[in-house]
Design a protein around this ligand. Structure first.
Ligand code: PGA
Length: 258
């Protein structure tokens, strides 16, 4: 049995104002008890504008939810209009930050090198990166999934110390399964997550790869979470659409109890 604690993160993307966010966290806190958070790390990743509100709600109500951001800029400070630094996030008690989400890679042209710089800058600030990788439908159909994932993993995690990588999170999100209602089968998702782990072992060593937590993402719902998390190489989920409703998200994170 793996000793990796499952981690389920809600990626709200560009949804919910800071006022909606406070209500969401309060509702979630009634639905998710300590027995759940003892077994599963539950992380909320709101937009930047709601980070402070979610932070204070978590702190004032002493909730066992982790706080995550959805993006960061890999510099300490400077003339980078519109960007947010790792230090700014860490001062808000942000513990996790998504980097390299396929929407940013595709819509904003983010490269593996840029994702790598962000991951390193986060680690330096004491924030755990959630590094996303995943193939397109064309790549899957052309049998290029492994080759693509391999280069994303190698380049996005390049130069990160073993001890830091052991504590990091990788999210495998096949692009064709994001927001489409099409989930990878648990078997397919598990085999790519196992492949990610083998590439990390190549990049570092087996103990590091065995410690790393790998999430699956792409149309995760209450109806498929149990099967997905039963797979030996899937250590959690990155949830988009279904994380916007506290009841749905609570059902997902409470999967050990169904
Ligand atoms: P989805 O999004 O759950 O809505 O498919 C997942 C993600 O993009 O992280």
């Amino acid at each position: 049995m793996s000793t990796r604690k499952p981690i389920i993160a809600g990626n709200w993307k560009m949804h919910l104002t800071h006022l909606d966010a406070i209500q969401f966290v309060q509702k979630l806190s009634y639905l998710v008890d300590r027995a759940t958070t003892d077994q599963v790390d539950v992380v909320i990743c709101p937009p930047f504008t709601a980070l402070r509100s979610v932070q204070t709600t978590i702190q004032s109500d002493k909730l066992a939810f982790g706080l995550g951001a959805q993006n960061v800029f890999p510099e300490k400070e400077g003339a980078f209009t519109g960007e947010i630094s790792p230090l700014m996030l860490s001062k808000l008690d942000v513990e996790y930050c998504i980097v390299g989400h396929s929407e940013r890679r595709q819509l904003l042209g983010e490269s593996n090198e840029f994702v790598n710089a962000k991951a390193k800058a986060l680690i330096k600030a004491g924030i755990t990166p959630i590094v996303c990788v995943g193939e397109t439908l064309e790549q899957r159909e052309a049998n290029e999934t492994e080759e693509w994932i391999r280069s994303q993993v190698f380049q996005s995690l390049d130069g990160i110390k073993k001890s830091d990588l052991a504590n990091a999170v990788v999210a495998y999100e096949p692009i064709w399964a994001i927001g489409t209602g099409r989930t990878a089968t648990p078997d397919d998702a598990n085999s790519v997550c196992a492949y990610v782990r083998s590439v990390v072992a190549e990049l570092t060593d087996q103990p590091t790869a065995s410690a790393l937590r790998i999430q699956y993402g792409g149309s995760v719902k209450p109806g498929n979470i149990v099967e997905l998390l039963r797979q030996p190489h899937i250590d959690g989920a990155l949830v988009g659409g279904a994380s916007l409703d506290p009841e749905e998200f609570a059902k997902i994170v409470r999967y050990p109890f169904v």
